[in-house]
Design a binder for this molecule. Structure first.
Ligand SMILES: CC(C)(COP(=O)(O)OP(=O)(O)OC[C@H]1O[C@@H](n2cnc3c(N)ncnc32)[C@H](O)[C@@H]1OP(=O)(O)O)[C@@H](O)C(=O)NCCC(=O)NCCS
Length: 178
């Protein structure tokens, strides 16, 4: 594990802007089996007041993105991805941490998401952040009728989850400058 800031990768997390959408679509295309309709991100950014989207930049390039909806105490991850060329550098983890912190800041008490049953990398990431599987949605993904696992993390504002998140942030900040 590296502690010298000069050796740790530097990343910048920021709210997604309309000008970021072209890069986001390229990453989405590379990272996912199926993509959102072309205008979906613009709609989310410009019309959906419940939606909060973020990008992660490394060396001034957008390398990943993620989004949440926050509805009262409920928050939902709508998407999260890192470009395949930049995966396994903890950028996805930094994105997930940001989504959780942003949801908590907006008073969310729990977070849910759907993930393909075959997507073990993402499931491991979510488990690391305290998500557990609470349900299965049969045939949820229309491209191949794959089932989705519904994962859930609760009591986000409680002391246990906050200290878990603080420990994970601490660990991550020894590996990345963000
Ligand atoms: C899921 C995704 C966002 C993870 O991003 P990433 O930057 O590659 O992952 P990180 O380097 O931050 O890894 C963080 C944790 O995720 C898990 N993980 C990520 N990739 C993994 C892999 N290939 N195998 C096993 N675990 C993996 C691990 O728990 C890892 O922590 P650890 O190394 O301490 O065990 C990325 O793989 C991705 O964009 N996948 C395609 C899109 C997608 O599936 N999105 C999720 C939809 S639900």
């Amino acid at each position: 594990m590296t502690s010298d800031a000069a050796l740790r990768p530097h990343i910048l997390l920021a709210p997604m802007q309309p000008d970021d959408v072209a890069s986001v679509l390229e990453i989405e295309d590379a990272a996912f089996q199926s993509s959102w309709p072309d205008n979906a991100f613009r709609h989310e950014l410009e019309e959906n007041r419940l939606a909060h989207y973020f990008v992660v930049r490394h060396d001034d390039i957008i390398v990943g993105f993620g989004g949440i909806w926050v509805i009262m105490e409920d928050s939902h991850i709508t998407t999260i991805a890192v470009h395949p060329n930049w995966q396994r550098r903890r950028f996805g983890e930094a994105l997930l941490l940001t989504l959780l912190e942003q949801a908590i800041e907006r008073n969310a008490a729990w977070m849910t998401l759907e993930v393909r049953v075959s997507n073990q990398s993402a499931q491991r990431l979510y488990q690391k952040y305290g998500f557990t599987t609470v349900a299965t949605r049969r045939g949820y993904y229309t491209d191949n009728q794959e089932d989705a696992l519904v994962m859930w993390a609760g009591d986000l504002r409680g002391p246990l989850y906050r200290s878990r998140l603080a420990a994970l942030r601490d660990q991550l900040s020894k590996q990345l400058v963000f």
